[in-house]
Design a protein around this ligand. Structure first.
Ligand code: FAD
Length: 463
C-alpha cells in the first residue's frame, strides 16, 4: 500500500512547524505548509505497525529464529535512489537532481555529511595534484562549490588560501548540505537504515546479470520499500551491493573515534611547560581543535567489534583529556564532543569492472571512461584518473557505487577514501545514473561521452 493511500484513510492530524503552530485547519485538512512533510498518526490498531500494516513478528521454530514472509509497503518510487548521505552520496544526489531526474536520498542518521560531519572528520585531505609544476585542485565541480559556499558562512571553513588542505566545521557543513539538497528538490528520507536490495525477478536480457530495482529500509514506521531505475550505493560500507549479490572484498582497517576540544584559546602554560599530546589541530571555530584517532585494524561491519571499540575509544579519549587538563595552563580546556559516529575507514570494496592500483595511479594511467581526477596526501603527484568502470560492479546491473567503496587494491583504497576523492566519484556516479535514466539504458551501457559532457557542464575537472 502506498503512503499516499494510507494518508487519506489514516492520517488523523498533521502538525506544523514552529512553536505550538497547528497546521490543521478547522475542517481537519492539513494546511499546505505541513501537507508534504509531517505525518501524525494516533489510535493505531493493536497488532499493526505504525504504517497500518500487520505486525508479523519473527518466530522461534526448532530453536531457529525465522522471519515470516510479509509484503513491504512501498513508500516511494524514483529515478535515482542514493543510499547513504555522506560526502559521496550528497554530491551524487545533487549532481543527478541538477541533471533533471527525480532523486531520492536516504540516510540512516538524522543529518547529512557522513564521516565528515557525524564522524568529525573535518580535514579535507588529498585536495591537490601537481600538473606541469602547478598545483591543481581535484574537486572543481560540486566539491568546490561546497567549499566556496562554506567560505561564505560564519565559521564554515579555514585554510582555503595558499593551496593548503582546508578544515571545515561539521555543523556548518551539515547545514549547507540541507540547503543544497533542498535547493535541488531531492526527496529525502532520514532515520532510514537500508536493509536489503530489491532485485528484479528477471535477469538483464543482455548480460544475464541480476538487476537491482530498489531497496528496503528499516524505519520507525516499519520496513519500507523504495523502487528506483538506478541505485547508487554510497553507504561507504557497501551495504547495498553486499545484499544485492555483487562481488566485493571485505577489508580490515584502522577504526578510530575523533573528538573536539574547546577553550584552546584560553591556554596559558607557564614557561617551559611541555605541550601535552593529543591536542589536535585548529578548526574554523576559534579555540576549538579537532583531534583525529588511528585505532586498531578491525572489522567495521562486525557489531560486537564496533561496540567494543566505542567503549575502548571513549575511555581512551577521556584519559587523553584528563592528561591535557592536568597540564599546568591547560586547566580550562574541555572535552567538547566525541564523534557521534565511529570512524570506520574501509570495509567492503566493490569488485569493479576496473580496479584501481597505486602503481597505475602513480604512472598516470589513462582511461577512456574517466569521470574525474583524484588527489593524494602530499599533493605533489600527478593526478590519477577515476574510470567509471571502477564504480560498477562486475555482476549486478543498475547499481553504481561511489566514495570509499569503489574498486581499488588495498594501498589504493587508502587514497580513494579521502573526502575530495569521494566528492569526485560521487559526482561521476550521480551524472552517470541520470544519463542512464534519460537514455533508458542499464548503468553499464551509459554513453560515457554524454556523462563526461554533463560533468564538464557541472564544472567537474576531467584532467
Ligand atoms: C577517523 C577517520 C579519519 C579520517 N581522516 C581523514 C582526513 O583527515 N581527511 C580526509 O579527507 N579523509 C579522512 N578520512 C576519510 C573520510 O572521512 C571518508 O573516507 C569519507 O568520509 C568517505 O565518504 P563516503 O561518502 O564514501 O562514506 P561515509 O562518509 O562513510 O558516508 C556514508 C553515509 O552512508 C550512511 N549509511 C551507512 N550505512 C547505511 C545504511 N545501511 N542505510 C542508510 N544509510 C547508511 C552513513 O550514515 C553515512 O552518512 C578519515 C576517516 C576516518 C574514519
Amino acid at each position: 500500500m502506498k503512503l499516499s493511500e494510507l494518508s487519506r484513510r489514516n492520517w488523523l492530524k498533521t502538525v506544523g512547524l514552529g512553536l505550538g503552530a497547528t497546521a490543521v485547519n478547522l475542517a481537519g485538512i492539513p494546511t499546505q505548509r505541513a501537507q508534504a512533510d509531517f505525518v501524525y498518526r494516533e489510535n493505531m490498531t493493536t497488532g499493526t505497525l505504525h504504517d497500518g500494516t500487520e505486525a508479523v513478528p519473527c518466530r522461534l521454530e526448532d530453536d531457529k529464529v525465522i522471519r515470516p514472509a510479509k509484503e513491504i509497503p512501498q513508500i516511494s518510487e524514483t529515478d535515482v535512489l542514493v543510499v547513504g548521505g555522506g560526502p559521496a552520496g550528497c554530491v551524487a544526489a545533487i549532481a543527478a537532481a541538477r541533471a533533471g531526474v527525480r532523486v531520492t536520498l536516504v540516510e540512516r542518521y538524522g543529518h547529512f555529511g557522513g564521516l565528515a560531519t557525524g564522524g568529525l572528520v573535518v580535514h579535507i585531505l588529498g585536495h591537490w595534484t601537481m600538473e606541469n609544476g602547478e598545483k591543481i585542485q581535484v574537486c572543481q565541480g560540486i566539491g568546490e562549490e561546497m567549499m566556496k559556499r562554506l567560505e561564505s558562512l560564519p565559521n564554515g571553513i579555514i585554510n582555503r588560501e595558499n593551496k593548503r588542505n582546508p578544515t571545515l566545521d561539521a555543523e556548518v557543513y551539515k547545514y549547507l548540505l540541507v540547503e543544497m539538497i533542498t535547493e535541488a528538490n531531492i526527496d529525502v528520507f532520514l532515520h532510514s537504515w537500508a536493509l536489503d536490495a530489491i532485485m528484479d525477478d528477471e535477469p538483464d536480457p543482455e548480460t544475464g546479470h541480476p538487476v537491482i530495482r530498489g531497496v528496503v529500509f528499516q524505519t520507525k514506521t516499519g520496513p519500507q520499500a523504495i523502487l528506483a531505475k538506478q541505485v547508487i550505493d554510497t553507504t561507504g560500507d557497501g551495504d547495498i551491493f553486499a545484499t544485492s549479490g555483487a562481488a566485493y572484498t571485505q577489508r580490515m582497517y584502522t577504526i578510530g573515534l575523533p573528538c573536539r576540544l574547546g577553550n584552546l584559546d584560553q591556554v596559558t602554560p607557564p614557561e617551559g611547560t611541555e605541550r601535552p599530546r593529543f591536542l589536535g589541530d585548529p578548526t574554523p571555530v576559534p579555540g576549538v581543535n579537532w583531534v583525529n584517532m588511528g585505532g586498531p585494524d578491525a572489522d567495521g561491519c562486525d557489531v560486537r567489534t564496533l561496540s567494543q571499540l566505542e567503549l575502548q575509544h571513549r575511555k581512551r579519549i577521556w584519559k587523553q583529556f584528563l592528561d591535557i587538563h592536568a597540564t599546568p595552563g591547560y586547566e580550562k580546556v574541555f572535552l567538547m564532543e566525541t564523534a557521534p559516529q565511529i570512524g570506520v575507514r574501509i570495509t567492503r570494496v566493490i569488485e569493479g569492472v576496473e580496479t584501481l592500483t597505486l602503481d597505475d595511479a602513480k604512472a598516470g594511467k589513462k582511461y577512456d571512461d574517466c569521470i574525474g581526477i583524484g588527489g593524494a596526501w602530499g599533493g605533489d603527484h600527478i593526478g590519477w584518473q577515476i574510470p567509471y568502470r571502477a564504480l560498477l560492479p562486475k555482476n549486478v546491473e543498475n547499481l553504481i557505487t561511489a566514495g570509499r567503496s569503489i574498486s581499488g587494491e588495498p594501498r589504493m583504497s587508502d587514497v580513494i577514501r579521502v573526502i575530495p576523492n569521494c566528492w569526485v566519484s560521487g559526482h561521476g556516479a550521480g551524472c552517470a545514473a541520470a544519463v542512464a535514466v534519460q537514455n533508458h539504458c542499464i548503468a553499464r551501457n551509459v554513453p560515457i561521452e554524454t556523462v563526461q559532457r554533463l560533468l564538464l557542464e557541472q564544472k567537474a575537472w576531467l584532467g
